[in-house]
Design a protein around this ligand. Structure first.
Ligand code: NAD
Length: 343
């Protein structure tokens, strides 16, 4: 078992990584109290049940699967469930699911009685690599993603790679895009691991490296005022594509992968990243309307004034933040639509 400590002063916490950790939850988490276990219908039911078997007073809530669950209605449902079950400030919430469940359950934990303990047991590649650590919790409102939320760190995170064995291969690949991102931004050997081996057979190593990367960045910048923006590599254009093409069936990580390509500023690196995306079955082409994607990304909350901070990389492992005029992004999107990812 690996143990990483997220050093955030009073909000510090441990992340445990290892096969079979779900069975050890009783020893690693404080479950001798009321525990609201939040999961969804797509997560194998026995995961939540195996956790419940280790709790003194478990309350399982199984929600519909999908992004629609990150809503104020589901947030209210969780709060009411806790209120009706007599939860006090010393009780806790545990998420057993992907990023949807983790973001929603974490936000409910952040708000119930102004904050009760939150444990995260992520079950998708994306949530194990990325969303379960870092403390961003949120729901969507009015079609805008993550617009209502908080920074609220979990008390502990258990990352059990065995839980990924039931994940559809496409979901696995989509989550891996975030680890490929970590390699391109800050960890060249991780990118090389994707190139030279089958990363899916080495999930523990991939997860460890990706978690170390995210930990370092979050520790430097818990509330995303500076270096944490590096995590947005691939996300600016990726989010734009996700808003416009997501309903056409593209997954988050697939859009992030596509969004990384225009941000590779040398042809060598772009070819390298493209080859890795292809190797893991991630798309490298998508047909899109540059005006629609531009409109979507300028609506994004990260846009401020006439400029936008983007993350570019010329050499694997060495990403940089760049402030660019919005207009230059429009030009880039038009070029990409004709000659790049849209061709
Ligand atoms: N908080 C953050 O920092 C952060 C970062 C990135 C993304 N996110 C959020 O994460 C969400 C996406 O997360 P996701 O990709 O994990 O999607 P998800 O939570 O919707 O899970 C994807 C699908 O896989 C199913 N599933 C989950 N675990 C499974 C398992 N072990 N076996 C089989 N099926 C399983 C789910 O039921 C769901 O249908 C988005 O809402 C995004 O905004 C948050």
């Amino acid at each position: 078992m690996e143990q990483l400590r997220m050093e955030l002063g009073a909000n510090s916490y441990d992340i445990f990584l290892g096969d079979g950790l779900l069975e050890q939850a009783g020893a690693l988490l404080r479950l001798d109290r009321r525990v609201l276990i939040v999961t969804d219908e797509g997560v194998p039911a026995d995961y939540a049940q195996r956790l419940a078997a280790q709790c003194a007073a478990p309350f399982i809530v199984c929600l519909p699967q999908g992004e629609g669950t990150k809503s104020l209605a589901m947030f209210q449902l969780l709060l009411e469930r806790m209120l009706n079950a007599g939860f006090t400030r010393t009780d806790c919430v545990a998420a057993v699911g992907g990023g949807v469940v983790g973001d929603l359950a974490g936000f409910a934990a952040a708000c119930y009685m102004r904050g009760i303990d939150f444990y995260n047991i992520p079950t998708t590649a994306l949530s194990q690599i990325d969303s379960s650590i870092g403390g961003k919790v949120a729901v969507n409102l009015g079609g805008v993603k993550n617009i209502v939320g908080a920074f609220y760190q979990p008390r502990r995170v258990l990352v059990d790679p065995q839980l990924l064995s039931t994940l559809p291969p496409r979901q696995l690949a989509s989550g891996l895009a975030e680890a490929i991102k970590a390699g391109v931004v800050a960890d060249e050997p991780l990118l090389a691991l994707f190139e030279q081996t089958d990363a899916r057979a080495q999930m523990q190593e991939v997860l460890l490296r990706a978690l170390r990367f995210k930990k370092q960045i979050v520790e430097q910048d818990e509330r995303e005022s500076g270096p944490r923006k590096l995590l947005n590599f691939g996300h600016t254009i990726g989010h734009g594509i996700e808003s416009v093409c997501g309903l056409g069936g593209l997954l988050h990580g697939e859009c992030v992968g596509l969004g990384m390509l225009p941000m590779c500023t040398t042809p060598q690196l772009r070819r390298r990243v493209e080859a890795v995306l292809e190797k893991y079955g991630l798309p490298t082409r998508v047909s899109f309307d540059p005006d629609a994607v531009f409109a979507a990304l300028t609506h994004d909350k990260k846009a401020a004034g006439n400029t936008l901070t983007i993350v570019t990389t010329a050499q694997a492992g060495k990403a940089a933040l760049q402030q660019v005029p919005l207009e230059s992004l429009r030009v880039l999107l038009e070029k990409e639509a004709k000659e790049g990812i849209g061709r």
